[in-house]
Design a protein around this ligand. Structure first.
Ligand code: NUP
Length: 214
């Protein structure tokens, strides 16, 4: 995945026309587009293929099953054109290792502490263990919360330098883009604050300006 703006768009819309409009409008500003279940379930996996013709696509399928099922999900996502996939670590080493093995040269990102308030109930308590699973399985990186920059920084410091940190929670969930990069993340994942804006391109550029004005 290229590293230019550091912004990954979470394209959680369920209308295909709107999805393609937003992707086209902000494409130049982005390093990748993240496709989650709302878009994949409403449009089918073909949307991954369509978007991947223009930009790297990360499938946020939070894969969380036994190794064999994980393998099948990962294979389908990459066959559709994804270049990365997001998986859960709480299912254990073997399940995450299956994802990494079958992603081939594609990226696997492991969810650690989640960004929403409920993320503190369970995931925060085992964040160190989830990071260890990601490191042991040789994943490309992890997902860590923009909503808690001190936790994001803590998680970044547990990781070897070559692993990347993708951070959701900027904008609609209250996180600030400047905090994300100050805490050492490599990419900010932003959804509603861009795709719900009247002018998605202007909204995306606004985040870049905020970074530039630091
Ligand atoms: O911990 C996480 N928090 C989170 O918001 C892990 C995620 N994968 N996400 C995803 O990031 C979430 O499912 C959504 O697709 C995106 C954030 O979108 P928004 O809150 O910026 O609209």
């Amino acid at each position: 995945m290229k590293k230019d703006s550091g912004i990954i768009l979470a394209l959680d819309v369920t209308d295909k026309e709107r999805a393609l409009f937003v992707a086209e409008a902000v494409g130049d500003v982005l390093d990748a587009i993240k496709v989650n279940y709302p878009l994949a379930l409403s449009c089918g996996l073909g949307i991954v293929t369509e978007l991947a013709e223009h930009i790297d696509v990360i499938c946020d399928f939070k894969v969380a099953d036994i190794p064999n099922t994980n393998r099948l999900i990962v294979q389908e996502a990459f066959k559709a054109g994804a270049s990365g996939i997001i998986v859960h670590g709480f299912v254990g080493h073997d399940s995450v290792e299956a994802c990494v093995e079958h992603a081939g040269s594609g990226d696997v990102f492991v969810v650690t502490e989640m960004s929403h308030p409920g993320g503190q109930e369970f995931t925060a308590k085992v964040a160190d263990d989830l990071v260890k699973v990601a490191i042991d399985a040789k994943a490309s990186g992890v997902i860590a919360p923009a909503t808690r920059p001190e936790r994001l920084k803590y998680i970044r410091e547990l990781l070897p330098e070559e692993m990347v940190v993708l951070s959701p929670g900027v904008g609609a969930q209250g996180g600030k883009i400047t905090d994300v990069f100050d805490a050492g993340a490599d990419y900010a994942i932003i959804g509603r604050a861009i795709y719900n804006a009247d002018d998605p391109k202007k909204a995306a550029e606004g985040f870049l300006e905020e970074l530039g004005n630091r």
